[in-house]
Design a protein around this ligand. Structure first.
Ligand SMILES: *Cc1c(COP(=O)(O)O)cnc(C)c1O
Length: 369
């Protein structure tokens, strides 16, 4: 890429960001979009945007929020390690509701009225983690927020595919939605998308950009920021360390186009055949393990192979097998989300013919000691 002097480089970046905003808007149905340094950075920037709007003084003070509303309401059952990214902006999370089925203490989960009843003078908005099993439905939470003039920030980092989620989550009326670019979109690992209302996306972008300019000379594209609403130029914001390069922007937009066109769908049958080979080999070799192929019906999601181990017969736990696979040659990393059920999970995304052969060899070595 051509190296440009500082000012031109910043201007060039802004025009690429404008293209990105338009493309993300087309793909999601949102008013605007921003390429972020992963969904986690999108959550920090999104929370910052909700806390500050276009208020320059608030932008300058983050993550210190003394004197202005900074509470974000979140279901207790949705709290997770990624909400650190929301707290990093300065927000304080206010938890609501219970997950009584998990507690073994009832049948109810968090309910919409619980969000409403937690709203007070310090409330700035609501954070919602989107998933097929999330309750109550996002639309109900958005309705509560609307009634009280609050914004909803949605973590949908891993909720693609299905492709339809690109549009359906935004269509609920959620104000900001963060997706990961390095997961199923298959963009650069350290990218993500933040899409939603133009004003909030603009406030997020302002807190990520290099701000070393004179306000009188600063000429961002109109569609990115409403310059007339800014009292001046903010200084480097809380997201300055989360900037993305124009190379990342271009690469993510390309990946987003491929993902959205369904370009990855035709690989599913090939991935499935790799997993079938693994399952057949385990059986053929007489291992104390059985593979079960799980093929999602949506025609977009990857099949996976769940390998159930006879831990007693093997004399080894699934955790031990997982560790030995990692320490072997070559190191093999299998899905470790269901080890406590005695299962290894094989996600085929990085398999090819040669790697499938190696994977089979290593599994058989560990399962037929
Ligand atoms: C993966 C994930 C993130 C972080 O996404 P990055 O793009 O890696 O920053 C955030 N939230 C959830 C629920 C995730 O699954």
């Amino acid at each position: 890429m051509v190296r440009l002097p500082g000012y031109q480089a910043a201007q060039d970046w802004l025009f690429r960001a404008l293209t990105a905003s338009r493309r993300i808007a087309e793909a999601t149905g949102a008013e605007a979009g921003l390429v972020t340094a992963g969904a986690a950075a999108g959550l920090t920037l999104g929370a910052a945007a909700i806390l500050t709007g276009y208020d320059l003084g608030r932008m300058e003070r983050l993550p210190n929020c003394d004197g202005f509303p900074h509470e974000l309401i979140m279901a207790r059952e949705q709290r997770n390690g990624y909400d650190h990214a929301v707290r990093a902006a300065g927000a304080r999370l206010v938890e609501v509701g219970f997950h009584e089925p998990i507690a073994g203490a009832g049948v109810r989960r968090v309910e919409a009225w619980e969000y409403a009843s937690a709203i007070g003078p310090l409330t700035a908005g609501i954070v919602y983690v989107y998933g097929p099993h999330s309750r109550p439905a996002l639309a109900e939470v958005v309705a509560v927020a609307r009634e009280h003039g609050l914004s909803v920030l949605v973590d949908a980092a891993g909720e693609l595919p299905p492709r339809a989620n690109l549009r359906e989550i935004v269509a609920t009326g959620a104000d900001l939605v963060a997706f990961s670019g390095g997961k199923a979109i298959r963009g650069p690992q350290a990218t993500g998308l933040l899409c939603g209302r133009r004003e909030l996306v603009g406030a997020a972008a302002l807190q990520m950009l290099d701000m070393d300019d004179h306000f009188d000379l600063w000429e961002p594209p109109d569609n990115l920021f409403d310059r007339t609403r800014l009292a001046g130029l903010p200084r480097h914001g809380i997201g300055r360390g989360m900037k993305v390069s124009k190379e990342q922007i271009v690469a993510l937009l390309t990946a987003l186009r491929l993902f959205n066109e369904g370009a990855y769908d035709r690989e599913l049958a090939v991935f499935r055949s790799y997993l079938e080979r693994v399952a057949a080999a385990l059986e053929w070799e007489g291992t104390p393990a059985r593979g079960r192929l799980v093929v999602p019906a949506d025609g977009e999601s990857l099949p996976v192979l769940e390998i159930g181990l006879d831990e007693a017969g093997l004399g080894r736990s699934a955790l031990d097998v997982c560790r030995r696979l990692r320490h072997g040659s070559p190191p093999v990393y299998v899905g470790h989300g269901r080890l406590d059920e005695g299962k290894l999970v094989i996600n085929p995304l990085h398999l090819n013919e040669a790697r499938t052969t190696v994977l089979i060899r290593r599994l058989v070595e560990e399962l037929c000691p």
